[in-house]
Design a protein around this ligand. Structure first.
Ligand code: G3I
Length: 379
């Protein structure tokens, strides 16, 4: 049974949906003003000029009512977690499968929610045929990009208004979790090997040619924290951005993924300076994939763990919003379905699950939810 947003809100207020997460009479106290428990993060953010959204999986939207209820209650913008990537959309050359993406687009349209696109050109989620084809040289590579963009941008035209056109293009400096070899600014990838550094410009120009109304975003990670490697990665990124803009390459915004890690310090100063540089270049700023990865030595006690995560979210988001971010997306809403829980490379281990998203595995709002609500309401 589909609940209308009004029915859902009433259900949440009455606590009949487990994800409300607040005591029946509970009102989230933020900034000294009480909020109705029916107000989700999207509504709170919108009241202060910010768009809050989250990554969604089509299969879960279709099959898990609690997942769908949480998205409907909390999000004002969606991004497909996987369904708009190359391996989902064009699993074989010339065979497009838009069904998973269409499931998200329809769900969003029924609720009048916007959707952003992620990600047209990325070194992961590439089907095998594409990697092989890119090895056949630059003309073939350009034709493949053109054909993919022709189909995908036309298909989602009018509903997806902004895309991560290129994703994770900067090489990871020494000291990163997974440093890249070499000292060049760009990550080695099948795209770079096929077209050289111009692949970024090629992708951005082809996207703009196909739909001049799109907001074109370059999306990156590892550029948030106060570490030498993040400093270097920010420096590399700014250099690449300046080169693109100096050549008149169309680019509207930078997506900052914000997969924050408690083992890495965060200080507002270097991040604020970086955001100021982006704004000075005339670039918009989006926080595109926010979640918080706990430290392996996180305290045992849940309340202390949650307080640490909430503190990091608040420190980061306050700096991001003060620095000009007006679109913030988390990478999922509940710890239950976070990649932090399912990807063995980042799992917390010892039977524990990262508590880095606004809702816990039982859809209950956590202190990080309140920290986000408070930050939005103070914007
Ligand atoms: O491959 C199956 C496919 O056959 C099936 O139809 C589909 C049905 O849902 O599932 C597919 O499985 C997995 C997919 O997630 C959907 O859950 C893929 O095997 C798996 O590789 C994919 O992982 C995603 C990963 O990106 C790679 O695309 C994660 O969910 C997603 O959280 C992660 O997100 C990335 C961002 O795009 C970029 N920034 C980092 C972030 C975390 O790695």
């Amino acid at each position: 049974m589909r609940l209308s947003r009004r029915q859902l809100a009433a259900a949440l207020a009455g606590g009949t949906l487990p994800m409300a997460g607040l005591p029946a009479s509970g009102l989230a106290q933020t900034a000294g003003r009480s909020l109705s428990p029916t107000q989700g993060l999207g509504a709170i953010a919108r009241a202060h000029g910010i768009t809050f959204g989250t990554a969604v999986q089509q299969a879960l939207l279709a099959e898990d009512p609690r997942y769908a209820a949480a998205v409907a209650a909390e999000a004002a913008l969606l991004v497909p977690e996987w369904e708009a990537k190359w391996e989902a959309l064009q699993p074989e050359e010339g065979r497009f499968d838009t069904a998973p993406l269409d499931g998200i687009l329809l769900w969003a349209r029924e609720r009048r929610l916007p959707v952003r696109g992620h990600a047209l050109i990325w070194h992961r989620a590439m089907p095998g045929w594409l990697v092989a084809a890119l090895g056949e040289g630059a003309p073939r590579a350009r034709r493949l990009i053109g054909a993919h963009f022709d189909r995908v941008l036309a298909h989602a035209s009018g509903q997806i208004r902004d895309w991560d056109v290129v994703n994770e293009v900067i090489a990871n400096p020494p000291g990163s979790d997974v440093p890249d070899p070499g000292s060049g600014p760009l990550r080695d990838s099948p795209w770079l090997r096929a077209l050289g550094p111009s692949y970024i410009e090629t992708a951005l120009r082809m996207a703009r040619e196909r739909d001049p109304t799109l907001r074109l975003t370059l999306n990156e990670y590892g550029i948030e924290e106060a570490t030498p490697d993040a400093d270097e990665k920010r420096r590399r990124l700014v250099g690449v951005l300046r080169g693109l803009l100096d050549r008149g390459v169309p680019l509207d915004a930078v997506g900052i993924q914000a997969h924050l890690q408690m083992v890495r310090p965060f200080r507002p100063e270097p991040f604020a300076a970086f955001l100021a540089e982006l704004r000075a270049m005339g670039l918009g700023i989006l926080i595109t994939e926010l979640d918080i990865r706990e430290a392996p030595d996180a305290p045992a006690e849940l309340q202390r763990r949650d307080a640490l995560v909430a503190g990091r979210a608040a420190d980061f988001l306050r700096c991001a919003v003060e620095g000009g971010a007006r679109t913030v997306l988390s990478w999922g809403l509940s710890d239950r379905h976070s990649w932090l829980a399912t990807d063995p490379d980042v799992a917390l281990g010892r039977g524990r699950t990262h508590r880095g998203l606004p809702l816990d595995a039982e859809w209950q709002r956590k202190p990080v939810w309140s920290a986000m609500a408070r930050t939005f309401s103070e914007a």
